[in-house]
Design a protein around this ligand. Structure first.
Ligand SMILES: Cc1cc2nc3c(=O)[nH]c(=O)nc-3n(C[C@H](O)[C@H](O)[C@H](O)COP(=O)(O)OP(=O)(O)OC[C@H]3O[C@@H](n4cnc5c(N)ncnc54)[C@H](O)[C@@H]3O)c2cc1C
Length: 478
């Protein structure tokens, strides 16, 4: 092919230009960012301290660099941002904590919800109104004096709305269902910039789509959730090391199938480094963390967990009656920013053959490069609840791997994750949970939604976001 006359010179000029301005020069988005400053007050541009603070992500391999951050203070700020972005053809993303970032956001405007910080508890009627910037910890603390519980996930550091828009599979999910089943109403700004109240009776189509569809239909500014009368639970974790790891894992796989739905459980095979802040008995060795939360009579819960206690000598055992607001202790998830490689899959079954394969893949004698391989049992009331865009209520287990992406082991971690997924393939089903995501865009939507759910979300997106301004809708629209 013949080069166009002058094309070499143009390329040279562009190269000199971009080296002068830096690789951060993004003309289309930058024009939108400048215009934004006329319509909303708190716009933060790259280089400012506030921009740096609001673009932090907890997985350091998912750094984000939007053209601008709007620190929204009202639904109208969100509306103005969406309308202006649509006029410029600039996509808009949303973030509350940075725990679930998957997109680079290079050409997008980010709406940050930190300033939506309302938590109002209505103890008599047992519901709460929560701003989109609030993390679960604040809701749990506000509910505690009333003996009430909000259905959070395993980590109270996660954002309320981020979790709820992905369904939300928490430590008491089998007895109380998906967290998103507790949503009464959303206050949301849909992609067309319209502020709407959405509930089972107001825009029921959006109510279906916002529970499981993540941010693909709109930017939620507040949510109303039902609370549960649950001041205390019988819960905690047991840790095993050495030969007990494989033995207890085998027992757990049989035992969890017998567990009534008052019990929710998961296991995590951990390979923790030999360093602070990890507890001494777990450092530098393979360990098994059995998590258990029982919402029925504690005496029966103690009877239930006895099978696990008898299967090995736990080096740590925190299972006891605890206040519900301490629920984060059950999984004790670390939340410090780290470079991580995460994968996720769903299983239809585990059974004796499945657990043997799991032991072979990640047990004490396996050479696994993952820091954690977690298996959560689903079932129970996760299967119930109204229809919504959460597409895999009937899966039996979820598997989640996390490896540390430091240069020395990064290649081994990614190869090993593929090995584990391939090894569990006979028990797997296609699909994934919206909140446990290792991908973005089309690949994410293809895994998380069934074709039917994806088509319905796409139709809603065309209706409520005609310009396709929401970055999170890319997956369902492509
Ligand atoms: C330590 C840890 C433990 C976890 N445990 C669980 C668990 O037990 N169960 C579970 O289901 N998930 C769990 N997750 C996954 C978590 O629910 C998702 O990562 C979730 O997206 C985080 O939401 P966020 O608001 O904190 O993160 P953010 O990064 O702020 O948001 C992530 C995404 O959520 C959506 N979102 C956030 N805010 C809004 C909004 N205002 N409007 C519309 N969409 C919005 C967007 O799609 C956004 O990209 C865990 C994550 C971590 C880090």
């Amino acid at each position: 092919m013949r080069a166009e006359p002058g094309s070499g010179r143009r390329r040279t000029t562009m190269t000199i230009l971009s080296s002068l301005i830096g690789s951060d020069y993004r003309p289309a988005g930058s024009a939108a960012a400048r215009a934004l400053q006329d319509v909303v007050t708190d716009v933060h541009l790259p280089g400012s301290d506030r921009y740096a603070a609001l673009t932090r992500t907890s997985n350091l391999t998912h750094a984000i660099s939007p053209v601008a951050v709007v620190e929204a203070r009202s639904p109208m700020d969100v509306s103005r941002t969406l309308r202006l972005a649509a006029a410029f053809g600039t996509p808009v993303a949303v973030q509350g904590t940075g725990h679930g970032a998957t997109e680079e956001m290079r050409d997008a405007i980010l709406v940050h919800t930190a300033a939506f910080d309302e938590v109002t508890i209505h103890p008599q009627e047992r519901w709460a109104r929560v701003g989109a910037g609030v993390r679960w910890e604040r809701v749990l603390d506000a509910c505690a004096p009333h003996g009430l519980a909000a259905l959070c996930g395993s980590s109270p550091d996660v954002g309320v709305v981020g979790l709820l828009t992905g369904g939300g599979l928490g430590p008491v999910a089998r007895s109380h269902g998906l967290s998103s089943d507790t949503v009464r109403a959303f206050e949301v700004v849909t992609g067309d910039g319209v502020v709407r109240r959405v509930s089972a009776t107001e825009h029921p189509d959006l109510f279906w789509g916002l529970r499981g569809g993540k941010g693909s239909l709109g930017i939620v500014t507040a949510v109303e959730i039902d609370l549960v009368d649950l001041p205390e639970i019988y819960a905690g974790g047991l840790w095993f090391v050495g030969d007990d790891v494989d033995r207890v894992l085998r027992t757990w796989a049989v035992w969890c199938e017998l567990l009534p739905e008052e019990g929710t459980t998961s296991v995590a095979v951990m390979r923790l480094p030999d360093m602070d802040p990890f507890p001494e008995p777990l450092r530098g060795r393979v360990s098994l963390h059995v998590r258990f939360a029982w919402t029925g009579d504690p005496g029966v819960g103690a009877e239930m967990i006895q099978a696990i206690r008898s299967a090995g000598d736990a080096v740590l055992d925190s299972v006891d009656v605890m206040p519900y607001h301490a629920l984060g202790d059950v999984h004790a998830d670390p939340v410090d920013p780290m470079p991580l490689h995460e994968t996720t899959m769903l299983l239809d079954d585990l059974g004796p053959d499945g657990v043997e394969r799991l032991v072979e893949l990640v047990g004490t004698r396996a050479r696994s490069a993952q820091a954690m391989v977690e298996v959560r049992q689903l079932g129970g009331r996760v299967r119930e609840g109204d229809a919504c865009a959460f597409a895999h209520r009937d899966a039996a287990f979820s598997v989640f791997t996390i490896g540390l992406m430091i240069p020395e082991v990064a290649q081994a971690v990614t190869r090993d994750a593929v090995r584990i997924a391939a090894g569990l393939e006979p028990w797997a089903r296609s699909g994934s949970l919206p909140n446990f995501t290792d991908t973005a865009g089309r690949a994410w939507a293809d895994r998380v939604f069934t074709p039917l759910v994806a088509r319905r979300l796409r139709a809603l997106s065309l209706a409520y976001d005609p310009a396709g301004v929401l970055l999170a809708a890319r997956g369902v629209r492509s």
